[in-house]
Ligand binder design. Structure first.
Ligand SMILES: *Cc1c(COP(=O)(O)O)cnc(C)c1O
Length: 452
């Protein structure tokens, strides 16, 4: 047996950045500017953390979405989903682009009216519309999307008190192959409830049935589901026309398109998996065009796209507070924005970047927010470079749902700035102060003082 040649042992650092089943590790490129504006300078002027919204990204996304549908279908109308982001400046960018308002509460309805949206261009969705809300909506000629029979009977009863004919549609829920099925809103298609509701509306002779609505879920990654939804709505429209000789004015396919964010635990990044507006438009419009609806009666197609329309336009920037080692040796980086500002951190693996240049070295890191609460985790596990105390970060694609679901909790909510088309920052929501919070509170006289 020949003797093996001796090889000198070496110690080599394990490079965790080697290809894994997820592919090549990539260096997290810093993002220093938004629309040509330095993030660092914005933080210096407006404080940290800071929500930054790009007006030009909103407009660009809107135009892309609108073109995808209007190039395939003759009559298209978007309605801005207020609950996705109802900062007034944001809503008004959409309204300037031509979007109507889509609201799901009396509060949002008031917000749209206050923004100047004509009442007859408001789509009123949601399970909770009070009698007062409904009577206002009837007076304004808004499009009331009925959620349940109790609401239908309330509208019929209101219509007896006035000469105005309420303009109504029903929300339809259905099996589109998306599970769990969203069957808690509206009337079910498969069990005949939707058809029943439509017949009752027609029989009442007091309501104007103008359309049909569905909103099949959110962050839907398959266009096929929309094909099914559009086909089922078209089927109902055809049955109404056959039975009552009335063509509906519109079909509203709701929202739900996936944005480019990556879901927690997803294998591929959202930028690779989210269908494009063109894909969604192709599925929906081909289903409508090939339905039994007569070509000269094609209804207006309404879309209530929320997250896919605004996610890319929103950024959350801020400052690193500290670094530390956890018990298992893993690095923890603590930043000044917590889950109370970034609700979507619970289901997205948000794209967080350094603002300043960083070293090539990355390390398994947990990124925590500043809250004194264990669940305040912005990223549970990310290969991240070392950002030191005082360095800056920016989290991308946070435009949807965060400015509506954020909480004043432990800390106050920060400034929000909008960068206009020329890159000029505008403060569109002021940071809260102790006075903001205290102005809502009343301390009884006997609790006004204490001796310690
Ligand atoms: C929330 C909501 C939308 C917007 O949904 P996205 O998933 O953000 O596109 C549209 N329509 C209705 C009725 C909604 O409740």
């Amino acid at each position: 047996m020949t003797k093996l040649t001796f090889e000198r042992p070496i110690i080599q650092r394990i490079n965790a950045g080697l290809p894994s089943k997820y592919g090549m590790a990539h260096k997290l490129e810093p993002v220093s500017h938004i629309d040509g504006v330095s993030i660092k300078s914005l933080l210096e002027s407006y404080g940290s953390p800071l929500v930054i919204i790009s007006e030009s990204t909103i407009r660009k996304t809107y135009k892309t979405a609108h073109r995808a549908f209007s190039s395939r279908y003759p009559k298209v109308q978007f309605a801005w989903s207020y609950k996705t982001n109802y900062l007034n400046a944001v809503c008004n960018v959409f309204h300037q682009e031509g979007a109507w308002a889509e609201v799901v509460s009396g509060f949002e309805y008031e917000k749209a009216i206050a923004n100047g949206v004509p009442g007859d261009l408001i789509v009123f969705n949601g399970p909770d519309k009070s009698r007062e809300d409904l009577s206002k909506a009837i007076k304004n000629g808004s499009l009331i999307h009925i959620d349940h029979f109790d609401e239908l009977y309330e509208i019929i009863s209101l219509s007896k008190e006035s000469v105005l004919r309420p303009k109504v549609a029903i929300r339809v829920n259905m099996n589109t192959g998306i599970y769990p099925q969203w069957d808690r809103f509206g009337f079910n298609y498969e069990n005949g409830e939707a058809w029943d509701a439509l017949n009752r509306i027609m029989a009442s002779k007091q309501l104007d049935l103008v359309g049909l609505h569905t909103h099949i879920g959110t962050y839907i990654m398959t266009t096929e589901a929309y094909k099914v939804a559009a086909t089922k709505l078209a089927d109902l429209a055809v049955r109404i026309e056959k039975k009552f000789g009335q063509a509906l004015q519109y079909l509203d396919l709701g929202g739900g398109f996936a944005s480019k964010n990556t879901l927690r635990g997803a294998y591929y990044p959202g930028t690779d998996t989210a269908p494009s507006f063109d894909d969604f438009a192709e599925a929906i419009t081909s289903a409508l065009m090939s339905s039994e609806i007569k070509p000269d009666h094609l209804p207006l197609l309404i879309l209530e796209t929320g997250r896919a329309m605004i996610d890319d336009a929103g950024y959350l920037a801020g400052t690193v507070i500290a670094n530390k080692r956890l018990a298992d040796g893993r690095r923890a980086t603590i930043i000044d924005a917590g889950v109370n500002l970034l609700f979507t951190a619970f289901w997205y693996e948000h794209d967080i970047r350094p603002v300043e240049p960083v070293s090539e070295q990355s390390e398994d890191t947990t990124i925590y927010g500043p809250l004194c609460m264990n669940i305040d985790v912005i990223r549970g596990n990310i290969m991240f470079p070392l950002l030191k105390k005082g360095d800056h970060y920016v989290i991308r694609r946070v435009g949807a749902y965060n400015n509506t679901q954020w909480l004043q909790f432990i800390n106050m909510r920060p400034n929000v700035v909008l960068l206009d088309g020329k890159g000029k920052p505008h403060l569109i929501r002021k940071a809260e102060t102790l006075e903001t919070i205290n102005s809502q509170e009343i301390t009884p006289d006997h609790l006004a003082k204490f001796d310690l």
